[in-house]
Every structure is written in structure tokens, then in C-alpha cells.
Design a protein. Structure first.
Length: 161
């Protein structure tokens, strides 16, 4: 390949930096949980990437009884996060500026919040745009955890009625 001149090397390095997507990292303590899959962290609205949880007002049915599955999913997220530091790696942005991210408890390399919510049955894999958590959803469904203990409307079809 030969040696690159200093200027040519610099230009190629700049070109690589400009064409490589930057993954922003947002870190903070005690995020404000709005819903199981959505919270405020360090002044940014975070939507957990690759999954969708029920709205806080959504109800489900277990053995003929109505239960507040959306609120239960929100509480599960709150309890899991607790007082931990949370670190989120951006995967994209929504039209409204919300950040789609994969989040970790205690920093990157710690337990992944996204996978945990799906594996515990409090969220579903958002198969319409990502397949990252299909395996975790299958495990939750087989074990009857979270939403899977009864009947529910998938979050993307629930209208609030």
C-alpha cells in the first residue's frame, strides 16, 4: 500500500470521522420513569430501543380479572433502576427528538435494562423495527412472566379504551 503522506493521512482520518455515526452516551442517576420503556435522564427523553411496553394506563386480564399491567410494568422498571446510575447509548432519534437507546445499570457493561424488561415480560420485542429482543420475549412467554401471565393487547395496538 505504501506510505501515506501526513496530509493525505489526515484527510482520510477526517473523512472516516465524518462518515462514522457517533453513538452519544447519556449518563445520570435516578431517571424519571414515565413508562416502563420511557424515562427522562440528564434532561433528555429516552425511549428504550428495540422494545415496547404497555402504557401506564393500560390494563390486562388474568383469570377473568382486570389488572393494571401498564402500571405494574412501570413499577417493575422503577424498582429495577432503583438508585442506580444509568448509562444509555443512543441508537437513533425519533421525529420528536426523543433518543432511542440501549441502557445499562451502573454504566455500559452492567446489566442491560432493555433485555431485562423483555425477559421479565414487562415489554415486548418491537419486531416491526428491531429483532434484538425476540429471544428474551420467547423466554418470558414460555415462562408466563409479566404480561404473559394473562391476556393483553400488544402495546402498539392498545388505544386506551
Amino acid at each position: 500500500y505504501g506510505k501515506l503522506s501526513g496530509m493525505r493521512y489526515l484527510l482520510i482520518s477526517i473523512l472516516i470521522l465524518l462518515t462514522t455515526p457517533v453513538q452519544a452516551q447519556i449518563t445520570g442517576k435516578k431517571p424519571g420513569v414515565v413508562q416502563a420503556d420511557r424515562f427522562e435522564l440528564a434532561g433528555q427523553m429516552i425511549q428504550l430501543y428495540g422494545l415496547q411496553a404497555p402504557q401506564a394506563a393500560q390494563t390486562c386480564n388474568v383469570d377473568g380479572k382486570i389488572w393494571d399491567c401498564g402500571q405494574q410494568a412501570r413499577w417493575a422498571a422503577l424498582n429495577r433502576i432503583g438508585g442506580h446510575w444509568v448509562s444509555c447509548v443512543e441508537r437513533g432519534r425519533g421525529a420528536n427528538g426523543d433518543i432511542f437507546a440501549i441502557c445499562y445499570l451502573g454504566g455500559e457493561g452492567g446489566p442491560e435494562l432493555n433485555a431485562w424488561l423483555v425477559e421479565e415480560g414487562w415489554a415486548l420485542a418491537a419486531r416491526h423495527y428491531a429483532t434484538d429482543y425476540v429471544e428474551q420475549e420467547d423466554l418470558a412467554k414460555a415462562a408466563g412472566r409479566g404480561l404473559w401471565r394473562g391476556d393483553f393487547v400488544v402495546p402498539w395496538e392498545w388505544t386506551g379504551e
